[in-house]
Design a protein around this ligand. Structure first.
Ligand SMILES: [Fe+2]
Length: 180
C-alpha cells in the first residue's frame, strides 16, 4: 500500500487516539486489546473535527494517512472509492480495530471449515476488532466513497498478502513500513 505522510500530520499531544494504557512502573507495555482499540476508533469517529479535514480521495488506490503513533499503537485514516479494496492481508501480528465513519464497506474473512467464506456488511457506525492472527479482505462495494479509522497495537511492522484459492488462503507477498 502507499501512504501519505504529509508534514501537516497533526501533533499527537492532544489527540485522544494517542492515549496510552497505564501500566505499572517498570513493566513492559502490553499491546492494547482489540476491545481497547475498538474504543479508540469509535471515540475518534465521534470527533470528526480531528480528522475530517485530512480526508482525500484518490482514484489510483485507497488513500492513507497516519493520524497518530506512539510505542503502543497507531491510528490511520483511510478513504475508499467504490471498487477499491485491500485484498486478503494480515497485520503482521498486531491487533487491530476499525470503524466505518462515512459510507459502507464489506469485509471478507474465512470462518471455520463449516463456515467457509464469511461476508460482512459494515455500515457507517460499525466497528470491527480482531486479534493478531486475523486475515481479511476489506472492500468498498457501495456506490459512494467511504472513510474509515483504524488502530493497531503494536504499531504495524509488516503485512502479508494472500490469495484465496481452492485450498484456502495462500501467502503471496509481504511488505514492511518502508513500502508505506
Ligand atoms: Fe486489515
Amino acid at each position: 500500500m502507499s501512504l501519505d505522510l504529509a508534514p501537516d500530520t497533526p501533533a499527537t499531544a492532544n489527540n485522544p487516539a494517542t492515549a496510552t494504557t497505564p501500566s505499572p512502573a517498570g513493566d513492559a507495555r502490553a499491546p492494547l486489546t482489540p476491545n481497547a482499540l475498538r474504543t479508540v476508533v469509535r471515540e475518534l469517529a465521534e470527533r470528526p473535527e480531528q480528522w475530517i479535514h485530512h480526508v482525500r480521495l484518490s482514484t489510483e488506490e485507497r488513500w492513507y494517512r497516519r493520524l497518530a503513533a506512539d510505542e503502543d499503537h497507531e491510528v490511520w485514516l483511510i478513504s475508499w472509492l467504490p471498487g477499491q479494496s485491500t485484498g486478503f492481508h494480515d497485520h503482521g501480528g498486531s491487533r487491530g480495530a476499525f470503524t466505518v465513519a462515512l459510507g459502507e464497506l464489506e469485509e471478507l474473512s474465512l470462518g471455520g471449515p463449516e463456515q467457509g467464506l464469511l461476508i460482512r456488511r459494515i455500515p457507517s457506525g460499525t466497528a470491527r476488532a480482531f486479534g493478531p492472527d486475523y486475515v481479511h479482505d476489506v472492500r468498498n462495494t457501495a456506490s459512494g466513497p467511504a472513510v474509515t479509522l483504524h488502530a493497531y497495537s503494536p504499531p504495524l511492522s509488516s503485512m502479508a498478502h494472500y490469495e484465496l484459492r481452492a485450498g484456502g488462503l495462500v501467502r503471496t507477498s509481504e511488505e514492511g513500513p518502508d513500502q508505506w
